[in-house]
Design a protein. Structure first.
Length: 186
């Protein structure tokens, strides 16, 4: 089952997500639905708050980066209760998009390397370091669990230029090919 994607303007995207345990209801099904939603929407990552769930979990398929980084060919991972240990390395710019910000793409600067502790879908704990494309996507998805969106890294000028686009998104005046949940604005 595909979830509708929450978009800019939805308060859930600005909240800190909560940890879960292995008894979280229908966890296996939720993960499967997240994959289905992500692939259908042509995303490379998807965080639970983006499908209306305020929990610390995201999925990443970085295999599309395998052209330049062959080791990513099988990169398909579920991150549960992730905790960033350290973000290091040289900063670099990548043009980022986000399923919650349809029709917006911006050059975003981030450090290269992220050391992260997390549980996989079987609740096995891992501690790993990622860089390059995978490190980039993981930092972007992790931000969603903290209520951060990539537009938060833009200069005040860039942000001003996006103002009307953002307003349109928050009013549901965008038509991506995937289903969105139009924010209820009071
Ligand atoms: Ni995103």
């Amino acid at each position: 089952m595909k979830y509708p994607v929450t978009v800019y303007g939805d308060p859930l995207l600005r909240k800190k997500a909560k940890e879960i345990d292995k008894n979280y209801p229908n966890l296996e099904q939720v993960i499967e639905n997240m994959w289905e939603t992500m692939y259908y929407s042509d995303g490379v990552g998807l965080a639970a708050p983006q499908v209306g769930l305020p929990i610390r979990m995201f999925v990443v398929d970085a295999s599309s980066g395998a052209d330049e980084e062959p080791e990513l060919a099988d990169f398909r991972k579920v991150f549960i209760n992730p905790e960033i240990i350290e973000i290091t390395g040289e900063e670099w710019v990548m043009n980022e998009g986000c399923l919650s910000l349809p029709e917006i793409r911006e050059d975003i600067t981030r450090p290269d390397e992220v050391a992260i502790r997390y549980f996989d879908e079987n609740f096995t704990e891992h501690e790993e370091t990622y860089k390059g494309f995978a490190g980039r996507v993981i930092q972007h998805e992790y931000d969603h669990l903290e209520g951060i969106l990539f537009i938060d890294y833009l200069s005040p000028l860039r942000k001003r230029l996006l103002k009307s686009k953002l307003l349109n998104i928050s009013k549901g005046k965008v038509q991506p090919h995937y289903k969105i949940k139009i924010p209820v604005n009071k």
